[in-house]
Design a binder for this molecule. Structure first.
Ligand code: ZN
Length: 157
């Protein structure tokens, strides 16, 4: 029997996985690996279709850049560790907040439908470039000049 690394909530269509951006798939794959190594459950509760009339605050879901994961079976400590792990390691592809300009790959929140992880990446055309002297250069540079000060660990993108 083939091992299943993650589950989908009944209302979630697996076809929506086909419309995820490559960066969203990279983030999700790493999340699945992280959980597999720690024996934590992964259940997708939302990709594009909600199965309910959920009002979305951002377009990240409709653009294939986000998915929601249940925290059932997770402790508060495990949740906190995962949030800091992914926000540190995936800064280079995390979605950039309109309010504070910070890059976040994972947000743990309750948008009114129960607390869950919201995994998110920036759009594929927000490419980032690394300048050896100046550090990280992003398309969002004019809006968020502080990005230059951030140091980046991974140079994959
Ligand atoms: Zn979400």
């Amino acid at each position: 029997m083939v091992k299943k690394y993650f589950e989908l909530k009944d209302e979630v269509s697996e076809k929506d996985l086909l419309e995820m951006t490559p960066w969203a798939l990279i983030l999700f794959s790493n999340f699945v690996l992280y959980c597999e190594q720690r024996g934590l459950p992964v259940k997708i509760t939302s990709i594009k279709n909600d199965g309910a009339n959920i009002k979305r605050v951002s377009k990240s879901h409709s653009q294939g850049r986000a998915l929601d994961i249940s925290v059932v079976g997770w402790t508060e400590t495990q949740i906190k560790k995962a949030v800091s792990y992914f926000n540190n390691r995936f800064k280079h592809i995390g979605a950039i907040s309109f309010s504070d300009g910070q890059s976040r790959a994972i947000v743990y929140h309750d948008s009114g439908y129960g607390a869950h992880f919201h995994l998110q990446v920036r759009p594929m055309d927000e490419k980032i470039f690394i300048d050896k002297k100046k550090g990280l250069l992003a398309k969002t540079l004019e809006k968020f000049p502080h990005i230059l000060k951030e140091k980046i660990k991974c140079k994959c993108f």
